[in-house]
Design a protein around this ligand. Structure first.
Ligand SMILES: Nc1ncnc2c1ncn2[C@@H]1O[C@H](COP(=O)(O)OP(=O)(O)OP(=O)(O)O)[C@@H](O)[C@H]1O
Ligand SMILES: [Mg+2]
Length: 146
């Protein structure tokens, strides 16, 4: 069962990556996470938001990103990050380690790999020119008290 849903919507600006990170951290404070859990959640969220800013909206700074946080069954955190940007033509390929469409060589193509290794489940829905939604599920050691 889904509990305590929180929805935050913000502009696709690079500085909002830090904002999203902080919101995810603040949301998690209620279930007394370990330092490790907290770092993993915040980092996975940062990667998803950075992808929406850089790839989804191609760094244009225009467009909305929605972050939906909730708890499932008292011990699983769910964070869904949605953009209405460019979308991904081949999700399977995009999720391969070291795959990047950025040709500058600045990006390592490890964002999805980081998200996968720091969470327990990841769902990616995307369609070209429609946008992308990434759902991150993290099983927690502690119970969320409600
Ligand atoms: N929200 C998104 N909108 C459009 N394309 C995306 C989105 N997220 C990911 N992609 C595509 O998937 C590819 C792989 O993403 P991933 O985060 O793994 O690597 P990267 O962003 O290229 O590099 P890194 O995250 O290591 O800096 C990206 O290069 C991009 O083409
Ligand atoms: Mg990335």
């Amino acid at each position: 069962m889904e509990k305590n849903p929180v929805i935050v919507e913000f502009e696709a600006l690079p500085q909002n990556q830090g904002f999203a990170r902080a919101v995810a951290g603040a949301y998690c404070a209620a279930f007394d996470p370990t330092v490790e859990e907290l770092t993993e959640i915040k980092t996975a969220v940062s990667e998803a938001v950075s992808n929406s800013v850089i790839h989804g909206y191609e760094k244009k700074g225009r467009g909305k990103i929605r972050m939906e946080l909730s708890m499932i069954d008292r011990d699983k955190l769910s964070v869904k990050i949605t953009d209405w940007g460019k979308g991904i033509a081949d999700v399977k390929k995009a999720m391969e380690p070291l795959f990047s469409t950025e040709e500058s060589g600045e990006m390592s193509g490890m964002g999805f790999t980081v998200m996968e290794s720091f969470t327990d489940k990841i769902f990616v829905e995307s369609a070209p020119e429609k946008g992308t939604a990434v759902t991150l599920i993290k099983y927690l050691d502690t119970y969320y008290d409600v």
